[in-house]
Design a protein. Sequence first.
Length: 255
Amino acid sequence: MRGVFAPEPPMVYNEIMTRDWYSHLMALENDVRVDQAAAPGEAEIGYQPGKLPVLLSAPHAARHIRAGQLKHGEPMTAGLARWVAEETGAHVLYLRRRTNGDPNSDFYSPYKQALRAAHTQTPFCFMVDVHGASDRHNFGLALGSMGGQSCARLLPEILAALAEQGFSPRGRGLLRVDLDEKFKGLGSPVRETLTRFAWHELHLPCLQVEIHAQLRDVQAQSELKRTAAALRALVLAAAAAAADCCSKSHGTTLK
């Protein structure tokens, strides 16, 4: 990781709408088999390295078990994460098959070990952990930074980038950004979120991003495209804000 990352101009969702991208997005998403366990010799977790020192994560793309209960997968989280990774050159890690644990909340999980291994091999400067929120919430996007602990210096740039895409804490409905209220990324004494793991164990600045169900609806392509553009802008803003870190070989100095 040499040199300073120069961000590209913001991409608004109308620019994406002019491109034949939907079939490709669905192909990326279809690598996930929500209800299928990995066959012998098949990878449960997908990882694609990149050149931009930011990692996108989608740990709940397939079904998983939390506290003994089988949980639904979170549709389009993997597809969006993989698409943004392709667009930006970021790394991407995602759950592609049903698993017997919870990659996000278990203190030990193969997913967290895959994250550790990837970060050890090619250190990142930032992680964006993508999740899907249900349709009962009164926000479009919810950001969890452990109350500012995990990425305090980057939040202003990230919020500014989202505002250019129409999302802000003052927005209404699906354009509202919830910041460290509903989903803080803190975990609990019995649950360790990926955000907490990345920050405490890997010293990796990070942000949990919850996306409302309607913004991931494959039947509402305009909303899906707006979401893709916003997530792309977030990644580019985080990379630019972490430029000092990105010019080093390890991303542990940014706080």
